[in-house]
Ligand binder design. Structure first.
Ligand code: EPZ
Length: 429
């Protein structure tokens, strides 16, 4: 499957942002930690979520869709704590089932995670955290085995700020005996959202959103109803789409506070950015200025927005320097942009981007989720027709991506074969 698009239309109009994928993945795992029903609203309908739900169903979780974005989960009938199937290896967040099952049943066996190939992505900090809670942890035959006679609160200092490890340790610790402290914790909005959800189930977590999270273990969790926060990265992607196409977009259903790193870079580049209660308006300008960016844990500039930033810098005046400090392999899309006439040099974790006045359409391949979305943004600004192949990556994390773009005036379609692609080319001229 690929996207085909003709660039040149400024994106104009309103777009409504879906629920946060990376919060939802943690929240779904949290939901199985009680035997009572849990209702989750604002769930994004994206592939990663469907994969996790499928893996959860296979171990006995009852999953019932109430509507397209609301789901009822019941973890009261889980019949195995071994999650080792073809699906779970495809996504990263399967590892949250380790924390959730270890917390609830004191034992878990979960296949090592897959996910986007953006670097080596070890999970040593997750395992170190479980060990600090008195669990025995082993990796055997591609599976992580965690076991604890008695899960005991402990002190965990994360060697690096890790979203996954923070959420995973939090999941296990809420049902451990006594107190747990996670130091050097990740502060991302989705960490806070998972903590809020767990608290609404009866957990006792304090300090989520700061460097130090303190958890007092409780005996049991109960059912709840919870609404997931909007997706910061989807929102950021549409903000950059407005900027790079020189458009004017109202990005709705966002929490402007979560977008500050992104808004401030767009302002620095010369865009107009206005904040309302739950909406941000971005107006792109004909002449954007380059700037320098370094990806950092929240509240720094998110690594998941780095490719979209680079595409925007490609069409800005001057030279911009982008330093990727979270994942070592996140510039794979640069070769694709070069095919469109971009001038980018990558050395290690630094990209030096010389702005050009135009990009030209080309046949591209998405190397991962966020880079795939960024290549689409490039195609929407380029002269002529661009195709982006391997869009399965993009569908993992963006709900109705092409429909939302179409509603803003983009000429983009999904095609499955050459005949459909030809038709598109004939139609757009
Ligand atoms: C989460 O990945 C997100 N995925 C990623 O989003 C996001 O890029 C990343 O956080 C950073 O914000 C999900 O939430 C499912 P980390 P995660 O642990 O948790 C190192 C997307 O596009 N590290 O915060 O895997 C690691 O190598 C995806 O939606 C260890 O060394 O990221 C990296 O350098 C892509 N050992 C840094 O920490 C560990 O045990 C941060 O990774 C864990 C992490």
């Amino acid at each position: 499957m690929q996207y085909i698009m003709k660039g040149g239309n400024p994106l104009v109009g309103e777009v409504v942002i879906s629920g946060a994928k990376n919060a939802a993945l943690g929240i779904l795992a949290a939901a199985i930690m009680t035997d009572e029903p849990v209702l989750i609203e604002n769930l994004p309908d994206v592939q990663d979520i469907r994969v996790l739900l499928r893996a959860m169903s296979e171990i006995g979780v009852i999953v019932e869709w109430v509507d397209g974005h609301t789901i009822k989960i019941n973890g009261g009938n889980i019949h195995t704590v071994r999650v080792e199937n073809a699906y779970i290896r495809k996504i990263r967040a399967g590892y949250y089932l380790l924390g959730a099952l270890l917390g609830k049943y004191r034992h878990a066996e979960v296949a090592l995670p897959g996910g986007c190939n953006i670097g080596s992505r070890p999970i040593d900090q997750h395992l170190k955290g479980f060990r600090a809670l008195n669990a025995q942890v082993d990796v055997q035959h591609g599976c992580v085995l965690a076991d604890a006679k008695q899960l005991q609160g402990g002190h965990v200092y994360l060697d690096m700020v890790s979203v996954g490890a923070t959420i995973n340790v939090m999941l296990a610790a809420v049902l451990a005996l006594g107190n747990t402290t996670i130091e050097n914790a990740a502060k991302e909005p989705h960490v806070v959202d998972v903590a809020n959800m767990l608290n609404s189930m009866g957990a006792n977590i304090k300090g989520a959103g700061t460097d130090v999270i303190r958890i007092r273990g409780v005996e049991r969790l109960h059912g709840t109803e919870y609404t997931i926060i909007p997706d910061q990265i989807e929102a950021g992607t549409f903000m950059f789409a407005a900027a790079v196409t020189r458009g004017d977009v109202m990005v709705k259903n966002v929490i402007p506070k979560h977008m500050e790193a992104i808004s401030s870079k767009l302002l620095e580049m010369g865009c107009e950015v206005s904040e309302f209660d739950d909406t941000i308006r971005v107006v792109g300008k004909p002449h954007l200025r380059s700037c320098n960016v370094k990806t950092l844990p929240y509240p720094g500039f998110p690594t998941d927005m780095q490719p979209q930033m680079c595409v925007t810098l490609t069409l800005a005046g001057g030279t911009g320097i982008v330093t990727e400090s979270i994942f070592e392999n996140r510039f794979k899309y640069v070769d694709e942009l070069t095919k469109m006439g971009a001038q980018i040099k990558v050395e290690g974790n630094v990209a030096v981007i010389d702005g050009v006045s135009r990009l030209t359409g080309a046949d591209l391949v998405a190397p991962d989720l966020r880079a795939g979305a960024a290549l689409v943004l490039a195609g929407l600004t380029a002269e002529g027709v661009t195709t982006v192949d391997n869009i399965e990556y993009i569908l993992r994390g963006y709900e109705n991506f092409e429909k939302k773009l179409q509603s803003l005036g983009a000429m983009i379609e999904v095609v499955t074969d050459e005949r459909e692609a030809k038709k598109f080319r004939l139609r757009v001229g």
